[in-house]
Structures are given as C-alpha cells and as structure tokens.
Design a protein around this ligand. Structure first.
Ligand SMILES: C[S@@+](CC[C@H](N)C(=O)[O-])C[C@H]1O[C@@H](n2cnc3c(N)ncnc32)[C@H](O)[C@@H]1O
Length: 355
C-alpha cells in the first residue's frame, strides 16, 4: 500500500482518477494495494452532484491510506488447492491436501469494486469506459481479463463488462452495495451444498474462504452464490437470472428422488421456522413448548440437509426456547451443548492451523 506522499497529488490513488464527463462517476486506483501484483480500482461517485465529496469516496480514501499489505499467510505460501478444469463448468479449484472443517483456505482481496448502481446511472459507453479504465489500471489486468465469461453474445459484449458481470459478488460497504471482484475467489464454482463459505471484511476489502466441512484431496472446493437453504426451483431462478448459468452441482445433478427429498427438507425448515416465530410471538407456556418441539425438528432437518458448518447457534436457540417454556434443566443442557459445539468450531476456524 502506498501511503500519501508529497510527490503524488492524488494519494492514496496512484494515478489521476479517471472521471466521466459529468464526473458523476470516477475510477480511483491504488496499484500497490496488497502488494505489487494486486492493486485495487474503485468505481464510485466522487461527489453528490453539487461538488461535495461523498462519504463513500472519502471513506475509501481514508481507509486506503491506513491499510497495509497483509503478511503472507501459510495458505498463500503453499495453497492447499489448485485451479483445474472441471467438466461442464470451465475451471474450478480442487483441494490438493486434506482441509479440515473451519480452516482458512484462502484470503483474497478485491481488485475491482464498483457502486452497484453505476451501470444504471451512466450512459452505456461511459460505463464501458469506466470498467476498462478500472481494469487496465491494475498491475495485472490480464489476471482479471482472463477470468470466465458468461455472455450469450460474447462477440458483442466487451470482455471487461462480461468478466465483471460473471465474477463479481455483491458486498456492503458503509451501508452501500458494491459489486466486488476477487480474482482468486472468482475461480471457485457454485454448489447448492458447498464445501466452503466466504466472509467479507468491509474494512480490509478482504474475503476469507473457510472450509464448511472436511474436504479431501481431489475434491472440488465450492461456495454458494445464492442465499443458503433455498429449494431447487428458487435457487435455479436466482442462478439463471443473476449469474446466467444452469447449475450442475452434485445436488442439482442428483437423482430426482434425492433432489425431491432435499427440497422437502428445505421447505419444511422454512415452514417450521415461520410457525416457531408465530408461536413465540403468542408467547404462552404451551405455545413456547410447541415452539421448542418444532425447533427440534428444524435442527434435525438442518442437520440432515447439511446446511450449517456448526450447529451451536441452533442448539442455543433450542435451549432458550425450552427454558422460556419452563423446562429450565432441558434448556441448560441444549445451551451447554451449543457452547461446546461453538468452541470446537471456533478453535478450528481461528485455529492458527491455516492450511
Ligand atoms: C465465478 S465463475 C467460476 C469459475 C469459472 N468456472 C471459471 O472457469 O473461471 C462463474 C461461472 O462458472 C460456471 N459455474 C460455476 N458454478 C457452476 C455450477 N454449479 N454449475 C454450472 N456452471 C457453474 C458458470 O459458467 C459461471 O458463469
């Protein structure tokens, strides 16, 4: 990270920001962000239209001037995965050694971040220019330009636009939605029962990938692009509309009876969850007892469906429901079980034992 210096009038940006003619949006680049080969370009509105610098642009500038390159982690020195060809999905990442539940697989940094509203607020040509500048100003533009594309009309869509659309995740920074492209995470395919989770840190612009469960060598590492726990019709709709592909993950390719059983569990989790909330709102002892009984069914279905990496939070809720229903000892038992489960996960997740 390059600190503000007297010789650079645009610090913390390493070059003069590129702005559209109306200056509604600009590209701010720091080519040294997180080391000489990474860099970060931000597409954001520098002013509120009256010449005042908006909080978002000022926020980024302040944050960037105080960020320092993260020390190289064990997983960066010797990653536990390789990028490989995955039949039917282009490339993907595959574990090269055993990765344990809760272990950090990779920490990636955004290379491009853009106000999610910018495409609808600038003319098409301006949008294209902004994206082109944002990517070309990075030290390794090719790393981004070589990422997957998904447009059905690749000859008529600029590479920059296609790549950013295919590979960006939405993140929230200071209450505002951004599209963020993490070039290494971009190689991770989606699965409806993923083997890893991502966690975005909005003050470091980092995204950490953690193992959801143990992953054996040779197995693909996957994350979920859609909200967790949806039944297949709902997630297919989102993946097609937002990501432009038809999912061929293990769950979606499973035999019809297995897929139907999974959907039934997911629908049941949602319906029971709503019923539990209703009963808690009524709040009588008998209602709370019924809520606890139903929540026990939710926990079983969540477990059977493999929807959480650790069940501690669910056990805690179950314990509190039993306690509220007057069954204090039973409640305590579940709360303690929840704590034990959380401790085990936190140890492995924080673990020092990065892969
Ligand atoms: C963010 S990229 C993931 C990495 C990409 N496969 C590559 O070659 O770099 C997203 C693209 O990967 C493919 N993809 C990811 N998950 C998939 C899945 N579950 N089923 C089918 N295609 C998938 C789709 O083509 C999608 O547009």
């Amino acid at each position: 990270m390059t600190a503000a210096s007297n010789s650079n009038p645009w610090a913390p940006w390493t070059s003069r920001p590129f702005c559209t003619e109306d200056t509604r949006y600009c590209v701010f680049t720091n080519a040294g962000f997180q080391g000489p080969n990474r860099g970060l370009s931000i597409i954001d509105a520098p002013t509120d239209g009256t010449g005042n610098v908006t909080t978002a642009a000022a926020f980024f500038a302040e944050l960037l001037s105080s960020l320092h390159p993260a020390p190289e982690t064990a997983e960066e020195k010797s990653p536990p995965y390789q990028v490989r060809d995955i039949p039917g999905k282009g490339k993907g990442i595959v574990a090269t050694r055993k990765i344990s539940r809760g272990q950090v697989i990779m920490v990636d940094y955004a290379a491009v971040m853009a106000d999610a509203r910018f495409p609808s607020r600038v003319k098409r040509e301006q949008g294209r220019q902004l994206l082109e500048e944002a990517i070309e100003r990075l030290p390794d533009a090719k790393e981004v330009l070589n990422l997957a594309r998904s447009s059905s009309d690749p000859d008529n869509v600029p590479v920059t636009e296609d790549v950013v659309k295919t590979n960006s995740f939405s993140v929230n920074i200071a209450g505002k939605e951004y599209m963020a492209l993490f070039p290494r995470i971009a190689r991770i395919n989606h699965a409806c029962k993923p083997s890893a989770l991502t966690h975005f840190n909005s003050t470091a612009f980092s995204n950490t990938v953690t193992a959801f469960h143990d992953i054996l060598p040779g197995k693909e590492i996957t994350i979920s692009y859609s909200p967790f726990g949806l039944p297949s019709p709902a997630r297919h709709k989102i993946l097609l509309a937002k990501w432009g592909f038809t999912c061929t993950c293990a769950l979606c390719s499973s035999p019809p009876h297995a897929l139907a059983a999974s959907d039934a569990r997911r629908n049941k989790i949602e319906a029971l969850g709503k019923e539990v909330v209703g009963l808690v709102e009524i709040g009588g002892t008998a209602d709370l007892k019924k809520a606890a009984e139903l929540y026990a069914e939710v926990v079983d279905a969540v477990k059977a469906e493999g929807l959480v990496p650790h069940l501690g939070g669910h056990y805690d809720v179950l314990g509190r429901l039993w306690a509220a229903a007057g069954e204090v000892e039973k409640g305590k038992g579940w709360i303690l079980k929840g704590r034990k489960e959380e401790e085990g996960y936190e140890r492995s997740a924080a673990g020092g034992e990065r892969v």
